[in-house]
Design a protein around this ligand. Structure first.
Ligand code: SAH
Ligand code: SF4
Length: 350
């Protein structure tokens, strides 16, 4: 069985052609799947009964199974989904003023092994398929209250999106397609640990926002906390950022996870200001979110505000990302970890 959520518009056209149907059928089905969020082929009422029956012989509409939803006191909702092979991924819905951002995972696990990241420390399983990527959007829509709508999508959950480049790009095409989910290009952001060839390719092939997890101001520190830096060191990464198209208004987002006594000094802040000179960007400072067994600490508030003040005084737009959903362990990879701990505990007790 094939899943109708596993096709972009062009791919669906091809499927429909192979079935010997008229091209407008593809548009109809695509609209049902993505715009109207059809949960079954039977619900596609303006598709002829005969075609629906034919479709049902080879196609289904399916998404990952949501195992658990946690809601924080600040409104952040985090959900854990199980994929067909038993892998688990998580996604987070974050309300902020009049925005509602969905943070999507791109892989089960991550191969890049950043030392401060729970996902990175637990290893890589596999890339998510298109239906597993867009399944997170469908699942999130199911959690929305009356009158609520997702306004922004960030690929900033588990995994490295640029290591699942093809599926991520297919997903982006559906997200930004008026006949698909219909998000504006500037409401979609891909976050990367700094895969230079992927950044260049994305700049040439998609018209979306880029966020980069910089997290250090010297190769020595970055090599240590983000092993990918040995392959794509800072000067190459910054060069790729300089080349990222910004159409006059788009800014690259620089993410900087602050680790106490590792990358949080005033010298680091000054170096960061120097490194980013000439790159249109805004800077998100993210105090480290600890998890069981993590070896780092978050800097104290004073150090964080000194760091951000140095950047602001150098003319940058820098904000401290308040830790959203701290009470539900909303940092990268944490719900999955907690869930598995709980299951292990239950098995132990039983
Ligand atoms: N692989 C991509 C996107 C997923 S990681 C990337 O690295 O950009 C999403 C963000 O979470 C990254 O900016 C990463 O630096 C940050 N992050 C990971 N673990 C964290 C932790 N324990 N505390 C705070 N931020 C963390
Ligand atoms: Fe992977 Fe991003 Fe975590 Fe690094 S921070 S291990 S790239 S998910």
């Amino acid at each position: 069985m094939k899943n109708l959520r596993d096709f972009t518009y062009e791919e669906l056209l091809e499927e429909v052609r192979e079935l010997g149907e008229k091209p407008y059928r593809a548009e109809q089905i695509y609209g049902w799947v993505y715009r109207k969020c059809a949960a079954s082929i039977d619900s596609m009422t303006d598709v002829s009964k005969a075609l629906r029956e034919r479709l049902k012989e080879s196609y289904t509409i399916e998404g990952p199974n949501v195992l658990e939803v946690k809601t924080s006191f600040d409104g952040t909702k985090k959900f854990l989904s199980e994929l067909s092979d038993g892998s688990r991924i998580e996604s987070v819905l974050i309300p902020e003023g009049d925005r509602l951002t969905l943070c999507v995972s791109s892989q089960a696990g991550c191969a890049l092994g950043c030392r401060f990241c729970m996902t990175g420390l637990s290893g890589f399983t596999r890339n998510l398929t298109l239906s597993e990527l867009n399944g997170q959007v469908f699942a999130a829509k199911g959690l929305l209250g009356e009158g609520e709508a997702i306004t922004n999508i960030v690929l900033m959950g588990m995994g490295e999106p640029l290591n699942n480049y093809d599926n991520v790009l297919r997903f982006v095409s559906i997200l930004t397609d008026g006949k698909g989910f219909g998000f504006s290009h500037n409401k979609v952001t891909v976050s990367t640990a700094g895969l230079v060839p992927g950044i260049r390719r994305l700049g040439a092939e998609a018209n979306i926002n880029l966020a980069v997890s910089l997290n250090a101001t010297t190769d020595e520190v970055r090599d240590r906390i983000m092993p990918i830096n040995k392959k794509y060191p800072l000067d190459e990464l910054l060069d790729a950022l300089r080349g990222y198209p910004h159409n006059g208004k788009k800014h690259v987002t620089i993410e900087y996870v602050m680790l106490a006594n590792v990358n949080d000094s005033v010298e680091d802040a000054r170096r960061l200001a120097r490194l980013l000179r000439g790159i249109p960007c805004k800077i998100n400072l993210i105090p480290f979110n600890p998890f069981p067994g993590s070896r780092y600490q978050a800097p104290d508030n004073q150090r964080v505000s000194t760091f951000s003040k140095v950047l602001q005084d150098s003319g940058y737009f820098a904000i401290v990302r308040a830790s959203k959903g701290a009470d539900i362990q909303a940092a990268c990879g944490q719900l999955k970890g907690r869930y598995e701990e709980l299951e292990a505990g239950e098995e132990g007790a039983g």
